[in-house]
Design a protein around this ligand. Sequence first.
Ligand code: FMN
Length: 404
Amino acid sequence: MTLVLNTLESGDYSEQIKALFAEKNEEIEIINTANLKIMHCMGCNNCWLKTPGICSIKDDYEIILKKLVSVENFWVVADTKFGFIDYRGKRVLDRIVPMLNMYIEIRDGWERHQLRYHPLNFGFIYKGDGNRELLKEWSMRVARNMAGRSLGVIALDKNETCEKVSESATAESAAWETAVPASAEHVIIINGSPRVKKNSNTNKIIDAFGEGLQQAGTTYDLYSLSNRSEWDRAREAFMTNNNIIIALPLFVECLPSLLQEFLSTLPTERRQPAKLSFILHGGFDEGHQLRLGEKFLQSLPAQLGCSCGGVLVKGGSFMLRNRENSYIKKMTDKMLASYATMGLSFAQNGNFMTPEAKKFTGPEKNPKIGVLLFNLVFKRIVKKNFDRIAQEWGCAEPLDSKPY
Ligand SMILES: Cc1cc2nc3c(=O)[nH]c(=O)nc-3n(C[C@H](O)[C@H](O)[C@H](O)COP(=O)(O)O)c2cc1C
């Protein structure tokens, strides 16, 4: 069976979408999410550690989850923004995490979460001016996370005008490249995580990075997008400062939908030059896991009228907020200290294009011996650790239970 989620808000594309599946000999259900109430994932982790498989946000997404457990093929139809799936489309994918469970295994060579149910194939249909190559790679990564295959990427139409706008934006931002001083005196940092500030790993990273900045005499202002009442001030700071860093966690292979929504509200033209840099981190250790997100981020500054200050990339951030265990604390202290060093480096160089920033990512892939040790020893230790955290969170069910 095939489920198609149509997240388009404007235009009636229903006949066109139906026609795409007309020749497929499958049972198909198309749901228009414009009629449903679906919020963004807040990254609370309850669906993994407190109420396994059940999302804490009580909205219409539960209807979709209940259908996903019995389908084989999952298609999302969405508009595009910045060449990528827009925030409405990304929102329905960020909410898919209850389909996986907390436990980690190595699947097709990479760290992955275990499936809660069965494999799911994934396909993407887009409207507007999408970066096809990026979307193809992203869809393939999403499918692999679900142990399925990519069903492909299909364009509903092609909007030529967007391409022209982004070309002129690129030319303007290149002309401004030299207008922003190399070393940084004051930086605006935006925390793009939807998780509340006190629980956010991104916030721990920013604190450590900020210590490094301050050592060099560089000051910074911080805005957290998880708090919508800070959005107006964050937007104002974004438009009136020349050195901006967005720090963000990887969410389903790219940006959290909440950050995408914020970026969509920014004015398209700037009145003064700015350099935009990124700190991108994610739960899994391997550098490779973050490369699609990095590729997308590198394309963003020009589309926002800024020059690009590079992307600092590092995995392994999942445990930063769970530091009660002394072994984990030692490990995470080391990681946070390395972010402080990068803060100092950014203050001196003004970007993440330095050799030390490139080296900061660490290994792209776990070495064979690491995979062997993980399967023989660490997998069980990691599992026990997650079971312990779940117990502390008051979880009453096994973490791999199937509620639907
Ligand atoms: C909805 C969701 C999707 C995620 N997707 C990925 C992913 O694709 N790859 C990855 O390495 N980590 C992924 N993570 C893990 C987060 O990037 C990681 O836990 C990060 O430390 C969270 O930072 P925060 O506490 O500031 O939100 C995901 C987490 C959530 C909640």
